[in-house]
Write a protein that binds this ligand. Structure first.
Ligand SMILES: [Zn+2]
Ligand SMILES: [Zn+2]
Length: 342
């Protein structure tokens, strides 16, 4: 039997205990309608860390163990016998939405990422911390030649998350948007909001992240402070209230700060798991949630990236280093996006 190397999780545990083990697994065999990919890159996501450490047990993730994590995957088609749209040698990416039912009201209206019967890459099916993966040809996205695989991988989770959130913030010329959290997702949101014409205000507690945001085109950068009142006061002085805000920092306080940072009638987009702490109806503010995106969103984003103006900042690591990378991510030591290259 042919085998492949993969980083396998068989128990949920703190990343310091190195719960991912390098193992030999049988090669996936593609079913009808699927392609077999030889993986060239897989992004390392904070969601992977949450799942591995058991933070998401209560919301049913992972729904299988053992599991191979990883949900921003780029690979080259090695087998396409049962597929119609792709040929051997094509390069494609897989996003967290591995597949969906294609029959429910969401799937029929192009919002398949909201499907209740969706499979999630690296959570309910095997993911990309591996050398090979099989995936449905209906749910993979073609990658143009001018984006290399390590830079393409983050488009498939932080990229689409940033894109959806920026579009939900109603970007426009003469409208300001505050981006709370400038990591793997935020650094792309800064650029996408600029491309849409907004005035971009980056907000982070880390100076390195603010410097990066400035380098990537942010018009202003404001240091996030633990005291929400203090922060709002300094934002008001330095920038004024915002037309909209997007939250990628996984903190209730950051969501609270974002709500208080927008003008009356403003929009707050929440792109992380988190509760809404306080909300006053009489300020006519809108709070919207976003989660990844549809296949059309994915294709649109890849097109924007291929046009060349989106800079994806990455660090690359070997597959076997996944535990170490995730530990670094936990300590906020990764500048933008870590990518595993098998
Ligand atoms: Zn992710
Ligand atoms: Zn569905």
């Amino acid at each position: 039997m042919e085998t492949m190397k993969a980083m396998v999780l068989d128990r949920l545990a703190p990343i310091e205990t190195r719960p991912l083990k390098l193992e030999s697994l049988p090669m996936p065999s593609p079913k009808k309608g699927e392609v077999l990919l030889e993986i060239e890159a897989c992004g390392v996501c904070r969601s992977n860390l949450h799942m591995i450490e058991g933070d998401w047990k209560d919301i049913g993730s992972p729904s299988r163990l053992p599991v191979v994590p990883g949900h921003e995957v780029v690979g080259v088609v090695k087998m396409a016998d049962g597929a119609k749209k792709f040929r051997v040698g094509d390069r494609v990416g897989i996003q967290p939405l591995f597949s969906s039912c294609m029959k429910c009201e969401y799937c029929l209206k192009g919002r398949e990422h909201l499907c209740d019967d969706a499979e999630i890459t690296g959570e309910s099916v095997q993911g990309g911390y591996a050398e090979y993966i099989a995936a449905s040809e209906e749910f993979v996205t073609r990658i143009p030649d001018n984006i290399d695989s390590p830079h393409a991988a983050p488009l498939f989770c932080p990229g689409i998350t940033a894109y959806k959130a920026v579009m939900a913030s109603e970007p426009a010329k003469n409208r300001s948007v505050g981006i709370f959290g400038v990591g793997g997702v935020g650094h792309l949101a800064v650029q996408l909001a600029k491309l849409e014409g907004s005035r971009v205000v980056a907000i982070s507690r880390t100076k390195g992240h603010l410097d990066l945001a400035k380098k990537l085109g942010a018009d202003n950068a404001v240091v996030y402070q633990e005291s929400v009142d203090q922060f709002v006061k300094s934002l008001k002085k330095d920038e004024g209230f915002l037309d909209s805000a997007i939250v990628f920092a996984p903190s209730e306080k950051a969501i609270d700060a974002a709500i208080k940072s927008v003008k009356k009638g403003g929009t707050v987009v929440v792109g992380v798991v988190g509760n809404i702490p306080s909300f006053s109806a009489f300020e006519e503010k809108t709070i919207r949630g976003t989660v990844i995106g549809s296949r059309q969103d994915m294709a649109d984003l890849v097109k924007i990236a291929a046009a060349g103006s989106l800079k994806v900042v990455i660090e690359t690591y070997k597959l076997a280093e996944a535990n170490d990378v995730l530990a670094r991510l936990k300590k906020s030591e990764v500048e933008a996006r870590a990518v595993l290259v098998p």
